[in-house]
Design a protein around this ligand. Structure first.
Ligand code: UD1
Ligand code: UDP
Length: 348
């Protein structure tokens, strides 16, 4: 079976790595990775391929920046050409970025079955580009692999029941791998002279937080207020860096702003942290996997189990819920294997 894997943004490299490791052991599947080019800085792209041993992309379309239509349109044209030339049997797409949407749309129009990893997530906020991307991707997909029961329920509510499987969260597989590896290779705690337990980790990159200057100011104020309780280490996404410069807030009191870090360094940082502040989808769960409380700087979250279990709270809610308990949905670090097992069963 010839499988096309479409990636383009940082979280997709991490998710695809967990599945590619399983594919590499399977002689029946030939994987060809197509990088759309959406993320291109070395610390947003190459570092993940190198650290996580992701096979070299067969193609890089070099599409990045611009408006949503321009970016998605260019990806669509490039992906269609690649699919027509290489004739994959199925196309694997991840998450909810513009690369996900373009990959799903190009394949569906060519009648190539689409497999969506991280299907069924919903924020019910259609102002988020990700919500539009994931709804369309789900409705185009032949096989919908859900990370949580809530995701499966959302698909059912939209009338999608065929080809839906609960396989767990590939980010948990990725985290387990990174925790082990990071202990061997990451020197970030020593490099930044950090004491375990004495700092929080922050990331912000969502367009809904950065692109409106009033909202962005409230988010940065919130981070500075939290920094009064403990120092904050903040690896800054390029979108956020640009906006901080634009609004004249290139430094934040009590906050150490650093460039984006590799996946092993990120997990080493989490290993020594006491709190996570984020608007990232991935970080909310990684905080839970590290048994860290998380404040999500958003008005809603797709990862409702983390909130229900008391590990995560939305920034405008003041109280932590209790009691805390474990979340079975994410699986046992075998979501990559279950993804491939479901794929083979579906196409046999
Ligand atoms: C994208 C995804 C978002 C995901 C995030 C992960 C969409 C609509 N958004 O958001 O769902 O959570 O990735 O990080 O697909 N840039 C650089 N260097 C890079 C990458 C980006 O300078 O390596 C700049 C781009 O030029 C652009 C800005 O950052 O101006 C935003 O990049 P873009 O890919 O459009 O969106 P993200 O905010 O990264
Ligand atoms: N991440 C990283 N280095 C950083 C910041 C984030 O390796 O400097 C990882 C982080 O562990 C997270 C992943 O990037 O799981 C997800 O990316 P991002 O937050 O950009 O996207 P989202 O998950 O919100 O789509």
């Amino acid at each position: 079976m010839k499988l096309f894997t479409i990636v383009g943004a940082r979280p997709q490299f991490i998710k695809a790595a967990a599945v590619s490791r399983v594919i590499a052991q399977d002689p029946e599947i030939e994987e060809s990775i197509v990088h759309t080019g959406q993320h291109y800085d070395a610390n947003m792209s190459d570092v993940f391929f190198t650290e996580l041993g992701i096979p070299e992309p067969a193609r890089n379309l070099g599409v990045s920046g611009g408006g949503h239509g321009e970016m998605t349109g260019q990806m669509l044209a490039g992906l269609e050409r690649a699919m027509v030339e290489d004739k994959p049997d199925a196309v694997l797409i991840y998450g909810d970025t513009n690369s996900t949407l373009a990959g799903g749309l190009a394949a569906a129009k060519l009648h190539i079955p689409v497999i969506h990893v991280e299907a069924g997530l919903r924020s019910f906020n259609k102002r988020m580009p990700e919500e539009i991307n994931r709804i369309v991707a789900d409705h185009l997909s032949a096989l919908l692999l859900c990370p949580t029961q809530a995701a499966r329920n959302h698909l059912k509510a939209e009338g999608i029941t065929a080809g839906v499987e609960l396989v767990g969260d590939v980010m948990y597989d990725a985290t387990l791998y990174a925790i082990e590896q990071s202990k061997q290779v990451s020197t970030i705690l020593a490099d930044l002279e950090l004491e375990a337990g004495g700092y929080a980790v922050c990331t912000i990159h969502r367009a809904e937080n950065t692109d409106d200057s009033e909202r962005f100011a409230r988010v940065l104020d919130f981070v500075e207020r939290e920094a009064e309780n403990q120092p904050i280490i903040f690896p800054v996404h390029p979108r956020t860096r640009k906006m901080m410069e634009k609004v004249g807030r290139s430094t934040l009191a009590g906050v150490r702003l650093i460039d984006p870090v590799g996946y092993f360094d990120l997990h080493r940082l989490l290993g020594g942290a006491s709190l996570v502040l984020t608007d990232s989808g991935g970080l909310q769960k990684e905080a839970y996997f590290h048994s860290l409380p998380c404040i999500t700087m958003r008005d809603e979250t797709e990862w409702v189990e983390t909130v229900e279990a008391g590990w995560n709270r939305l920034w405008l809610e003041s109280d932590w819920k209790s009691p805390r308990h474990d979340i079975p949905d994410y699986g046992a670090g075998d979501a990559g294997a279950r993804t491939i097992a479901a794929t083979k069963a579906h196409f046999s």
